[in-house]
Design a protein around this ligand. Structure first.
Ligand SMILES: [Zn+2]
Length: 438
């Protein structure tokens, strides 16, 4: 892609309500723009990132045997009356009427619709298990939408629902999804922790959250430095909640607190801030009973499905990558999430030799499957400094600078994370880059 052909409306203005780096940088770098309170448009760069995350989520789920579906976003209120959630969801669920005065809701989640889909279609234990998921728009009418994509009203979510003949099989699927989620977040290049989200009294395995570690995270989690143990602070230390005042303390304040409990492995426990990006939950037969979703078990007896549900905040992940990976200049994308791997910056695109050399590098990178963008912009304002500013703000992992050093047969490679530059011979630049990326 050529920079001159791509709609990337970068700006120096920071939105007045944007307190978090992801909110500021995603808007300033032209990834998203705000349409209304808690409503965001994805611009070309943002859409590429969103699709990349979406495809990694889909690949891993499909590998684990899940089936993708797409349910209608608008659902009849009758479904929610049957489960009792028409009353309990409160104002977070946006209700609308059609021209015939029938009541509908904009789906905030889809347990009811998914149970309706499976009910009467799966009749025997022989057809189980079934794991259906969708990656679809959700709407929750948050009282105070804030933090950009992290707490918007409309968002893209992967929601999955599995149906089983018995609890043992549900547990097996729950563990499989935990492993699958770990693969997804690892592939995305994120530092994350899996934490117990129920109190120990219930058993501790019924609900788990996946947190991306970031100083700005809304949740406080307790993690062991030596083993995989992690827990949401809301679920533990009932008597000691005041010790950490729950989620009120900042990351810096938490570092000063001593943790009295020690992990059962003997390792040191410490507090971290996390952004919840995934949640897996054992539902049991709560919804299947309420919605009379019954199959025939192996003894020929009618039985309600055992269910589990699995969520990933897909659009929230876009912001989470940046909360974990940024500096004072802007975004730093991970290799799996970046819209393009390399920004080939032609220092002065009016100089034919620079533009030709840059174009050749760009074509050669394309040949070997490394995605790149050629900064070929040539208006007066498009100075080298301007282009470097955009590179740092947008956050592609690498830049290749084609400029004055070309007369000595050299170009520069810059690593966005460290901002370190190295001179490379023009003829070696593509192989050098290939080496860096692998
Ligand atoms: Zn431990």
């Amino acid at each position: 892609m050529k920079f001159s052909r791509l709609f990337i409306p970068t700006t120096k203005e920071t939105p007045s309500d944007a307190a978090l780096p992801s909110h500021q940088f995603l808007i300033r770098a032209g990834f998203i723009n705000q349409q209304g309170s808690g409503l965001y448009n994805f611009l070309p760069l943002g859409k590429i990132v969103l699709d990349k995350i979406r495809s990694i989520v889909k690949e891993e789920l499909d590998n684990a045997g899940c089936n993708e579906v797409q349910l209608s976003f608008v659902t009849p209120i009758g479904l929610w009356d049957k489960s009792g959630r028409a009353d309990t969801m409160g104002k977070e669920m946006l209700r609308i009427q059609d021209r015939h005065e029938n009541d509908f809701v904009l789906s905030p989640t889809n347990e009811e619709a998914m149970v309706e889909l499976v009910k009467n279609r799966v009749k025997s234990y022989k057809e189980l298990p079934v794991n259906l998921y969708q990656i679809n728009t959700k709407f929750r009418d948050e009282a105070r939408p804030r933090y950009g994509l992290l707490r918007g009203r409309e968002f893209l979510m992967k929601d999955g629902y599995s149906f089983h003949a018995n609890k043992e099989d549900m547990n097996r699927e729950f563990n499989l999804m935990e492993e699958t989620y770990k693969k997804i977040f690892t592939r995305l290049g994120l530092d994350f922790r899996v934490v117990d989200a129920d109190s120990g009294a219930i058993g501790g395995t019924g609900s788990k959250e996946f947190h991306v570690l970031a100083n700005s995270g809304e949740d406080t989690i307790l993690v062991c430095e030596d083993c995989e143990y992690g827990a949401n602070i809301e679920t533990i230390f009932e008597d000691e909640k005041e010790v950490v005042s729950l989620n009120e303390l900042s990351y810096e304040q938490l570092q000063e607190k001593d943790v009295e409990h020690k992990c059962s492995c003997g390792g040191k426990l410490s507090f971290k801030k996390g952004i919840e990006v995934g949640h897996i939950f054992q539902l049991g037969d709560k919804y299947s009973k309420a919605l009379e979703a019954i199959f025939q078990d192996e003894n020929g007896k009618p039985k309600a499905f055992e269910m589990a549900t699995f969520g990933i905040g897909v659009s929230r992940l876009v912001a989470s990558v940046i909360e974990q990976n940024h500096d004072e200049n802007g975004c730093i994308w991970t290799k799996a999430t970046t819209p393009y791997m390399v920004d080939v910056i032609v220092s002065n695109a009016k100089k034919e030799n620079e533009l030709n050399a840059g174009t050749k590098i760009y074509e050669d990178l394309k040949q070997i499957g490394i995605s790149s963008i050629l900064d070929d912009r040539k208006e007066k304002k498009h100075t080298y400094g301007f282009k470097m500013g955009d590179f740092k703000l947008i956050g592609f992992p690498y830049a290749i600078i084609v400029g004055k050093k070309l007369q000595d047969g050299l170009v520069e490679i810059i690593d966005r994370r460290t901002l370190e530059a190295q001179d490379v011979k023009l003829e070696d630049v593509v192989s050098k880059l290939k080496e860096l990326i692998s």
